[in-house]
Ligand binder design. Structure first.
Ligand code: XMP
Length: 527
């Protein structure tokens, strides 16, 4: 059985107000779903090929057609059942979804001369439920190659930007709407309000779903799945994802949860000690620490390709787990804190043809035959939803608010060769940077802050002597969903303190740079 087949997906809903997102291969499909859930309306992602009959069985209040990388005129581009538009259900098409809705109902779509990415100013030209209560000038986020150039008599253009004459539309008889821009990303600041208008004013939802329902139902589902006697192993990395996973599992099966911490030599400074102290005082789980630094470093010896690093780390990780788990009697399940962005960026979304951006080690690195059944209760959630869930479950603040750390650890922040010496340089620089950000009271206001070690040396001068040493990059970003991110405008004084301390205190570093790239087009991690 493959990892994907065994993946556990919680039902997670009790409300009868439901929205379906049809996934046309968008990087943002789950982000749309989560924005809907934020409005307390339950939302599921389904294949774009779902039939009208199947949709009827889900009994949704409305449909959202996601964006996607295709062009509606391309041979084989994903289409939806045309009968969906005849059901009388409210439909909101976003980007490709809008183009498809217009195309299916007789509009015309053209390929724009230049692909349009980034912020745009959108002028709302017609009143409609979608823009109710919004100003007539709004900032929006565009990310498309095609756009709708003409709409026939049944469509009313609602908004425009400088380069996109039809940035929003509504059908004059059917409850069908379209947005060329992305209301689901944070760079469309009023996007939440637009989605809220669609849900409440167009679909008639009142908002009765809560994340607490998700926790209760997940705990129930885990109990059923694991049974009366099953034992689950959960990997602890020190991050919020694995902590919340462990907390959910602990609620479900109590002492039948065994936690394993693999010290792969790629953890941050003092991280192992902190995890051990947290998880023996907060949880009374059976905690096993596997000392595997030399195994991981030998597997990474000479490897510089990021995907290959991830693959090797993933395999070594599973090996360690299997070995340790064999010592734990009756362990048949493995719980992982995989989140939705890990799934989507590995191109492994269950219902969509999304492109692979990175191979996240807890998804793509898994060998097909695990020997365990996989439990991934957070697989449909985003980081901030997981934090809220952590609070629901009563986890302490310092666990809930800890910045995320990638499964492959410092290996993907140590660009080029990974060895003990380079890891130590990186670990020190990282610890200094983060401690200064904490001391400035900015840790909670930033989503992720860390150091990266570059595989280039540069010339410097220290005490009249020439140096030729390492470069550290400081990366600090603001984001609430990790799908898009902006670099944090850290105060210059703070940057100066970090730079001075890193150069003075970390032997082998003579230069510190600050990363000022947004995601997209860059990613948060450097590898
Ligand atoms: P990127 O770099 O893709 O990161 O913009 C988005 C978020 O995911 C984390 N990340 C990972 N987490 N395994 C993980 O468990 C991985 O391989 C991995 N790569 C990136 C990253 O730290 C950020 O929070």
């Amino acid at each position: 059985m493959t990892a994907e087949q065994t993946a556990f997906r919680p039902a997670g809903h009790v409300s009868d107000e439901r929205i379906l997102v049809l996934d046309f291969g968008s990087q943002y499909a789950q982000l749309i779903a989560r924005r809907v859930r934020e409005q307390n309306v339950y939302c599921e992602i389904v294949r774009h090929s779902i039939t009208a009959e199947q949709v009827r069985r889900h009994n949704p209040r409305g449909l959202i057609l996601s964006g996607g990388p295709s062009s509606v005129y391309e041979a084989g581009s994903p289409k939806c059942d045309p009968k969906l538009f005849e059901m009388g259900l409210p439909v909101l098409g976003i980007c490709y979804g809008m183009q498809l809705a217009c195309y299916s109902l007789g509009g015309q779509v053209e390929h724009t001369p230049a692909r349009e990415y980034g912020r745009a100013r959108c002028e709302v030209s017609h009143e409609s439920e979608l823009f109710a209560g919004l100003p007539t000038d709004i900032d929006v986020w565009m990310s498309h190659g095609d756009q709708v150039s003409q709409v026939h008599g049944d469509f009313v253009p609602l908004a425009r930007t400088n380069t996109c004459p039809i940035a929003a539309v509504r059908h004059s008889q059917l409850p069908v709407y379209g947005l060329q821009f992305h209301p689901e990303v944070t760079h469309t600041p009023l996007g939440g309000k637009i989605l809220n208008n669609f849900l409440r004013l167009v679909c008639g939802c009142t908002g009765t779903w809560h994340l607490g329902d998700f926790a209760r139902e997940t705990v129930e589902d885990v109990r059923k799945r694991v049974g009366e006697r099953g034992r689950v192993i959960c990997g602890l990395s020190g991050g919020v994802d694995s902590a919340v996973t462990a907390a959910l599992l602990y609620q479900a099966i109590g002492p039948r949860l065994s936690c394993i911490l693999v010290d792969n030599g790629l953890l941050r400074k003092d991280e192992k000690e902190a995890i051990i102290s947290e998880f023996t005082s907060h949880f009374r789980t059976d905690l096993h620490v596997v000392e595997a630094e030399s195994l991981f470093l030998s597997r990474l010896d000479g490897i510089v390709d990021p995907q290959e690093k991830r693959r090797r780390i993933g395999h070594a990780f599973i090996e360690c787990f299997t070995q340790e788990a064999n010592r734990i009697e009756g362990a048949g399940f493995l719980a992982q804190g995989t989140l939705y962005p890990d799934v989507i960026e590995s191109g492994a979304a269950p219902d969509g043809p999304a492109a692979t951006i990175k191979l996240h080690h807890n998804v793509g690195g898994l060998p097909d035959k695990l020997g365990f059944e996989l439990i991934e209760p957070l697989r449909d959630l985003f980081k901030d939803e997981v934090r809220k869930l952590g609070v629901e479950l009563g986890l302490p603040e310092d666990i809930v608010w800890r910045h995320p750390f990638p499964g492959p650890g410092l290996a993907v922040r140590c660009l080029g060769p990974v060895n003990r010496h380079r890891l130590d340089v990186l670990r020190e620089a990282d610890a200094i940077s983060v401690s200064e950000i904490k001391a400035a009271g900015l840790y909670r206001q930033t989503a992720q802050a860390f150091a990266v070690l570059l595989p280039v040396s540069s010339v410097g001068v220290m005490g009249d002597a020439r140096t030729y040493e390492n470069t550290i990059v400081l990366r600090c970003v603001n984001t609430d969903d990790f799908m898009t991110a902006d670099w944090t405008r850290l105060p210059y004084d703070l940057l100066a303190r970090i730079s001075t301390r890193v150069i003075n205190e970390v032997k082998g570093v003579n230069r510190v740079c600050y990363d000022i790239s947004t995601k997209p087009p860059a990613t948060i991690e450097w590898e």
